[in-house]
Design a protein around this ligand. Structure first.
Ligand code: G3P
Length: 240
């Protein structure tokens, strides 16, 4: 399976950042799939700037309904309209900042799939849950309750305590969590579970990307801070 190197720009970026970043991505290696998920305001500009290149475009959230009276929200068909092919759902920052639970994430995932988007559903334990020996249990439960039957998309394992902290799990912990996720996907989705890419996210940098991406069942990376600099993001893509 080709690896997917995805950038989550979170709430960063201006219109003037788009063209230089998109142009820099033309130097990316051909053996990886690349994706950038900027804020909504940059989607359309990115869609134009990425035309003809290998980098795909995604968003960072959508509403569960395809349209309606929901001030300040964005529906999945609107993301398609703006040029997105992917959407990140269930990021821990959404779970924390907006109280999104597994049921909400599942409804959003269904809406994204219905609109033709590829959802990237994020799961991951907090530091307290890991210390309590609950990490795999928490992640299995998130998968069970946030993925709809017949889920076809991407899963991202992002330990909450590794996001933006410069800390990463040990290689053994990444290996065992990704193996547990693969087993859970097989139990939930049958043979189709084997086709799901499982990304690792949380403090991925040029310096640790090669070792993380070489681990079994790591199908790519979901990169936050280091995706904002074209040079760092390219270095991560080259490490895949
Ligand atoms: O979605 C990616 C993210 O949560 C990881 O962020 O800055 O630790 O790479 P960062």
């Amino acid at each position: 399976m080709r690896q997917l190197i995805a950038g989550n720009w979170k709430m960063f970026g201006r219109l003037t950042d788009v063209t230089p970043f998109a142009e820099a991505m033309r130097a990316a290696p051909a053996h990886v799939d690349l994706l950038v998920c900027p804020p909504f305001t940059l989607l359309e500009r990115f869609a134009t700037a990425l035309e003809g290149g290998q980098m795909a475009l995604g968003a960072q959230n959508c509403h569960a309904n395809p349209q309606g009276a929901h001030t300040g929200d964005i529906a999945a068909p609107m993301l398609v309209d703006a040029g997105a092919a992917y959407v990140i759902l269930g990021h821990s920052e959404r779970r924390n900042d907006h109280g999104e639970n597994n049921a909400v994430i599942r409804a959003k995932t269904e809406s994204a799939i219905a609109a033709g988007l590829i959802p990237i559903v994020c799961v991951g334990e907090t530091e307290g849950e890991r210390e309590a020996g609950e990490a795999e249990h928490v992640v299995r439960s998130q998968l069970q309750h946030s993925l709809p039957p017949g889920f076809a998309g991407v899963v991202a394992y992002e330990p909450v305590w590794a996001i933006g902290t410069g800390r990463t799990p040990t290689e053994d912990d990444v290996k065992s969590m990704h193996a547990a996720i693969r087993a859970a996907l097989a139990a939930q989705l049958g043979q189709d579970g084997a086709k799901i890419r499982i990304l690792y996210g949380g403090s991925v940098k040029p310096g640790n990307a090669a070792s993380l991406l070489a681990l079994p069942e790591v199908g790519g990376a979901l990169v936050g801070g280091a995706s904002l600099k074209a040079e760092d993001f390219l270095a991560i893509a080259n490490a895949a």
